[in-house]
Write a protein that binds this ligand. Structure first.
Ligand SMILES: [Fe+2]
Length: 182
């Protein structure tokens, strides 16, 4: 991967939110266009395809804080449980294959808090190559990959490994803290 191209992408994304809060308009639309331009650059697609997604692939960002650009993938069928990203925003950009993305509304319990949590599915979208979805803080979502392989880029406002976030059980109608890092 040409680091200069990735650095430029990160700089361009960060400039979108220099003077305004991250939103579906700036990150969601303009950020998506920037990643579309990025993956069309010579050599980028091939470089992404060669990366080993069994390990954490950080394309850009510093461990622990600040915006992160990660590559994720599924080579076998996968189904994730609903979760949020705490106070971080996120942009899921599909590179290849498809991500079946569901979003949910929490209809019981306190937003962002563990405990009783009944969920109601509000949307299901197939993210296909070149398309993306923006999530603001505390948006509950789940991914499924029933037809691997798939690759996607996830940009987050901060390092999610260091953010308190919730994972939900639909069956138990419960939210638990996935990570507490202080
Ligand atoms: Fe997520």
């Amino acid at each position: 991967m040409n680091q200069q191209i990735v650095d430029q992408l990160a700089k361009d994304i960060l400039s979108l939110i220099e003077a305004e809060a991250p939103s579906p308009e700036n990150i969601g639309i303009r950020g998506t266009e920037l990643i579309q331009e990025f993956i069309r650059k010579p050599g980028v697609g091939d470089s992404l395809a060669k990366l080993d997604i069994r390990k954490k692939v950080r394309l850009w960002g510093s461990q622990g804080s600040g915006m992160q650009i990660l590559l994720h993938g599924a080579d076998t069928p996968k189904r994730g449980s609903p979760h949020d990203h705490g106070q971080s925003w996120a942009l899921y950009f599909q590179v290849s294959g498809a991500t079946e993305m569901s979003t949910y509304k929490r209809i019981s319990g306190a937003p962002g808090r563990p405990g009783q949590a009944a969920l109601e599915k509000t949307d299901q979208t197939d993210l296909t190559p070149g398309n993306a979805m923006f999530f603001g803080p505390l948006v509950i979502h789940s991914t499924q990959h029933s037809a691997p392989p798939a690759r996607w880029i996830r940009v987050t406002g901060t390092d999610l490994d260091y953010v308190e976030r919730l994972r939900f059980s639909i069956e138990r109608q419960e939210a638990v803290i996935e990570k507490r890092y202080r």
